[in-house]
Design a protein around this ligand. Structure first.
Ligand code: RB5
Length: 146
């Protein structure tokens, strides 16, 4: 499993912690930056992660900014991406099970590192259920073609 991870200047420390956590789980991580605390623009990194996932270069993506909102919005602009911002594990788990989310977002200024790890684990340990959810996920993706 390979996960692309991207963040802005607000989330360098959290990104490093999540990277180490993922690697501890035996996951290959592709770090798409940023890696400094110099002010930068979150759309750049959200798009990079979105494109890595949409192209199949990575299986899943994780995006982190101050709130998790802006960088998730950027990832969601890439065709094929279903990104969600989560502040607790339950939403993360259900976003995989029901919405087949392929990018997880969270906010480094909103939650702590331990919560971010718990959210990440809940998301990774859940599986898409398909079935009745497939029609709705298909409808979501059809919006991109209109
Ligand atoms: C950067 O100051 C901040 O706006 C960004 O990290 C994020 O919270 C945007 O959604």
């Amino acid at each position: 499993m390979k996960i692309a991870i991207g963040n802005d200047h607000a989330a360098v420390e959290m990104k490093e912690a999540i990277k180490a956590h993922l690697e501890g789980r035996g996951i290959l991580v592709e770090d798409m930056g940023t890696n400094t605390c110099d002010s930068c623009d979150y759309p750049v990194y959200g798009e990079k992660v979105g494109r890595a996932v949409a192209s199949g270069e990575a299986d899943l993506g994780i995006v982190i900014c101050g709130t998790g909102v802006g960088i998730s919005m950027a990832a969601n602009k890439v065709k094929g991406i279903r990104a969600c911002v989560c502040s607790e594990p339950c939403t993360a788990r259900l976003s995989r099970m029901h919405n087949d989310s392929n990018v997880l977002g969270f906010g480094a200024r909103i939650i702590g590192i331990e919560m971010a790890k718990m959210i990440t684990d809940a998301w990774l340990d859940a599986e898409y259920e398909g079935g009745r959810h497939q029609r709705r996920v298909d409808q979501l993706m059809e919006i991109e073609n209109r």
